[in-house]
Design a protein around this ligand. Structure first.
Ligand code: GLU
Length: 324
């Protein structure tokens, strides 16, 4: 006998919005952001200044893998520091919490992403979301398996995206040619015996992860994988353990937006990670992955339009984790 009341699939989007409503909202937000022309392209990695500063794209991915895209979503850009949460996760997966946290702490810094001040004072990177902590993670992975580390890292990012990701050699070379500050950080890490002698190996791995090319959809799916506790929602594959996804989300909440993490928690209230290519990925645990990309940055190194877009969505959709 047929069910008299066939089940109506409930909407995966906040407030029971339909996919068409969410799509219309994303399109409207991109149109609203286009006239905003503030911010600067990052000058310290020459190749990152050779991009279309006006580009703007948004993506959301529900916990069950539905993906909606708006704006210039077909354009590719480099992952930069949005790689950091996942590289930290891979270090946890391979080496365990104890070994990882002998090399990196879990405290916010209040300093810029490429600061060496805390390192000089406490001899241990404060967290894996800043350059010193991320370089320590790359050194750890490289040391554990010098020949296999890159393939394993690229493999994890490809699983997270659900497609094969590749680096753009020009971006990696450009960053390496100008990475004097990261090299100084690596040498300080060596001085304090956080990392071993293979500075070049660690920096190559770090620069490679930053130069992986993605689209805004990939970021939203990666964020949704964290929202699903490590299961990629479109392939159904478990990429990270639930415990490590939790660790990553905790550090994205306290440290993911560098020295404006406090303001981000206050105004937006969801774990996020930005990169100097202008991308930001953000996670509503159990529910959503969100992503924005637009290359012009504020003084902290975050996309200006990207922050505006995610702030608007978080406020309109009531996403802050601190809302009771
Ligand atoms: N590759 C960049 C660097 O090491 C990443 C910084 C970022 O994206 O915030 O400076």
């Amino acid at each position: 006998m047929p069910d008299p009341q066939p089940a109506v699939a409930s909407s995966p989007w906040p407030g029971g919005r339909s996919s068409a409503q969410v799509q219309a909202q994303l399109d409207a937000l991109v149109a609203q952001l286009r006239p905003e022309r503030g911010g600067e392209l990052p000058g310290y990695i020459p190749e990152l200044a050779n991009v279309d500063g006006d580009a703007c794209a948004l993506a959301v991915c529900s916990a069950d893998g539905e993906l909606l895209l708006a704006g210039d979503h077909a354009q590719a850009f480099s992952l930069q520091s949005m790689s950091k949460p996942f590289v930290y996760a891979q270090a946890l997966e391979l080496l365990g919490r104890e070994a990882v946290h002998r090399k990196v702490d879990v405290e916010p810094t209040g300093e810029a992403f490429n600061s060496i001040v805390e390192l000089e004072e406490d001899h241990l990177p404060y967290n894996p979301m800043i350059n010193s902590g991320a370089i320590a993670m790359s050194a750890l992975l490289h040391h554990a398996d010098p020949d296999g580390a890159w393939a394993r890292l690229r493999g994890m990012f490809s699983q997270l995206a659900g497609r094969a990701l590749h680096i753009r050699g020009g971006i990696a070379r450009s960053e390496l040619s100008a990475s004097h500050r990261n090299r100084a950080i690596a040498w300080l890490l060596r001085h304090f015996e956080v990392i071993g002698d293979d500075i070049d190996g660690a920096l190559l791995l770090y620069t490679g992860q930053c130069a992986l090319m993605v689209e805004v959809a990939d970021l939203a799916v990666m964020a949704a994988t964290l929202a699903r506790g490590g299961v990629q929602p479109r392939t159904g594959e478990r990429v990270l353990s639930a415990a490590h996804a939790r660790d990553v989300l905790a550090l994205m909440t306290t440290c993911g937006m560098y020295d404006s993490s406090g303001r981000w928690a206050y105004e937006v209230g969801i774990p996020a990670k930005s990169g100097v290519s202008g991308g930001i990925l953000a996670v509503v645990p159990g529910r959503l992955g969100l992503a924005a990309w637009s290359p012009r940055l504020d003084a902290h190194g975050h996309s200006l339009r990207g922050q505006a877009a995610l702030r608007a969505l978080a406020q309109d959709w009531g996403l802050s984790l601190f809302t009771v």
